[in-house]
Ligand binder design. Structure first.
Ligand code: CA
Length: 224
């Protein structure tokens, strides 16, 4: 049975999540403030942590940062509607994903399933083949196919696309992209990310929904 920790000070939301997740056959632990949440997170092995940002005692971003120093447990942030900065700070603090309140329980469950799939596939070592919609990538052969046709990409474009495909359905901040594609000590500015995203978009021709979605003020995501 998978174990989920809920850290949420609004009792009615916490209770609702607890009941819904129990119904989905998860084992659930609930904490109502950040300090307690952090203690629990470090004391036990959880499969996923649902972490509110606005918390008494210790805020969710700080809790996230401190958990990350010791654990890779998947963290899903629960953020307020207009708190774009919280989302950026949360993702930079090492959260895996975020969901904006109020949310439908189905969406939350989908995010949790997506996190579990990702953990499973990274456990199975680096997946050789990545797919998003009709884009296929063979990471070992360094090949990308769009609707079956081979795409010519530069090494940087390839690495950028790989990061986005690998994190399918999860928003990557510009800072994270910069770190992972260009490296921590890189001198380039974050707007270089936007430039490369533009390059990729012109190559990933679509007559429908664009493959790479811009999340304003945060970063980019590829969705199924
Ligand atoms: Ca709260």
């Amino acid at each position: 049975m998978k174990k989920i920790l809920i850290v949420e000070d609004e009792k009615n939301i916490a209770r609702f999540l607890e009941l819904e997740l129990r119904h989905e056959k998860f084992e659930v632990t609930v904490c109502y403030d950040g300090r307690q949440g952090l203690e629990q997170a470090l004391a036990q092995q959880f499969d996923c942590i649902l972490l509110d940002v606005m918390l008494p005692a210790l805020n969710g971003i700080e809790v996230c940062r401190r958990i990350r120093k010791q654990s890779d447990v998947p963290i899903l942030l629960l953020t307020a509607r207009d708190a774009v900065m919280d989302r950026v700070a949360g993702l930079d603090a090492g959260a895996d994903d975020y969901i904006v309140k109020p949310f439908a329980i189905e969406e939350l469950l989908a995010r949790i399933r997506s996190i579990f799939r990702r953990v499973k596939s990274s456990d199975a070592q680096e997946q050789a083949k990545l797919t998003v919609r009709d884009i296929e990538m063979d990471t070992q052969a360094y090949e990308v196919f769009l609707r079956g046709e081979r795409l010519e990409l530069t090494r940087t474009e390839f690495d950028l696309l790989k990061l986005l495909m690998w994190n399918k359905n999860i928003v990557c901040t510009r800072e994270r992209i910069l770190e992972q594609v260009w490296g921590y000590d890189s001198e380039v500015e974050t707007n270089v990310v936007d430039v490369y995203i533009r390059h990729l978009r012109t190559k990933l021709v679509t007559d429908g929904v664009p493959y790479i979605e811009t999340v304003r003020g945060v970063g980019y995501v590829m969705r199924e």
